[in-house]
Design a protein around this ligand. Structure first.
Ligand SMILES: C[S@@+](CC[C@H](N)C(=O)[O-])C[C@H]1O[C@@H](n2cnc3c(N)ncnc32)[C@H](O)[C@@H]1O
Length: 348
């Protein structure tokens, strides 16, 4: 029974917009076993974590109850589970945060990796792969960016890394640096499931780094696997040590792979981003930079490609397209604006 709501549950914990949820059909929802599974896996705070904010839970439960009601053909036989009705009334009577409070509230979001299809049986450790972040999807930071949400380009790159054999071969046993990490989604995925030797998640915004730090333990990781650093491109990179206390010695500072998602959105930032990446190749032994970009503006994107070329960086597009939204099984994201992934390397 729980298997039949796996897709809905994954969407719900990612807080996918209710109209895009895959609700079971009415006759299936009428079954008491189905309603019990929904309550236990989605609404009971003792058995499901992290529960989405109450207004979101209420919207989803309303849609579920409406669908059950539509499908009840014999009111003497079929009914709505008491636990669901009680939850519904407690959600209705909960104090309503204002729109501003809702926009500023940070909530944990659980992302589920897409289902793997393989000829051989897939071990349990690779079946249920989740990443937890702390987000406020509409909060705009002082810097003008909305780093408090995980962007489509990160979910796209996460889909590529977690579902193709290239992901692990790119990152296994590698020292990985993430630039402009935002919520840290890719850093957590890399440290948890892709076999990286070490991961350093960086962003210029201290509030984001604080939230990444708060999620390390929630992902079952510790500071020996994921370090964090406040780093504005163009300024010196202070690399924290994996052990407590001092920063890393000069000789330990190096990376094999850098990751970046949705960093090419402002044409004025492009030269700084590219010169930073060039410096990583020259001075931090970087071998490749994997970057995914939502192509919102063709000119900004062309500037990125031209600036790379002027800096003698070779850019190669990785042929990967996320499945369309209707067939996604995890890391749910819109594909309406094209998202591309590139491998950048230093020209010899
Ligand atoms: C659009 S968000 C993308 C966040 C994350 N990579 C994702 O895709 O979900 C851009 C991120 O880049 C960071 N950023 C922008 N300019 C930066 C700079 N000059 N130095 C370091 N980080 C920067 C922002 O703080 C923000 O977290």
């Amino acid at each position: 029974m729980e298997g039949s709501i796996a897709l809905l549950r994954a969407q719900y914990f990612e807080q996918v917009d209710p109209p895009n949820l895959s609700l079971p059909d009415g006759p299936a929802l009428v079954s008491p076993a189905m309603q019990t599974a929904i309550y236990k896996n989605m609404f009971n705070e003792n058995t499901a974590w992290p529960l989405p904010p109450a207004p979101y839970q209420a919207r989803v439960l309303k849609a579920i109850i409406a669908r059950i009601e539509e499908s009840i053909s014999d009111p003497d036989e079929d009914e709505i589970l008491d636990a669901l009705l009680e939850k519904w009334s407690s959600l209705l009577s909960a104090p309503k945060p204002s729109a501003v409070e809702q926009a500023q509230e940070l909530t944990y979001i659980k992302y589920t990796a897409p289902t793997l299809h393989a000829a051989k049986p897939i071990p349990d450790s690779r079946k249920h792969r989740t990443v937890i972040t702390s987000e406020s999807r509409s909060l705009i930071l002082a810097s003008g960016t909305t780093g408090f949400r995980t962007w489509e380009a990160a979910l796209h790159l996460g889909t590529f890394l977690s579902t193709t054999s290239h992901g692990e071969s790119l990152l296994a046993n590698k020292r990985v640096l993430e630039l402009g990490a935002g919520t840290g989604f890719l850093s957590f995925l890399t440290a948890k499931y892709l076999g990286a030797e070490s991961v350093l998640a960086t962003d210029r915004d201290p509030a984001l780094i604080e939230q990444i730090d708060a999620c390390i333990g929630k992902n079952g990781l510790d500071k020996s696997m994921v370090r964090t650093g406040i780093w504005e491109w163009g300024s010196p990179l202070q690399v924290p040590s994996f052990s407590e206390g001092e920063g890393a010695a000069e000789s330990e500072v190096g990376f094999d792979v850098a990751l970046g998602a949705d960093l090419i959105y402002d044409v004025d930032l492009v030269p700084l981003l590219v010169s930073t990446v060039k410096d990583l190749f020259n001075n931090y032994s970087l071998k490749e930079f994997i970057i995914s970009a939502t192509v919102r503006n063709g000119d900004t994107f062309r500037t990125f490609l031209e600036t790379c070329e002027r800096n003698r960086l070779a850019v190669e597009q990785i042929p990967f397209t996320s499945p369309p939204r209707e067939t996604q099984t995890g890391f749910f994201h819109s594909t309406s604006i094209p998202i591309r992934t590139y491998r950048v390397q230093a020209m010899s």
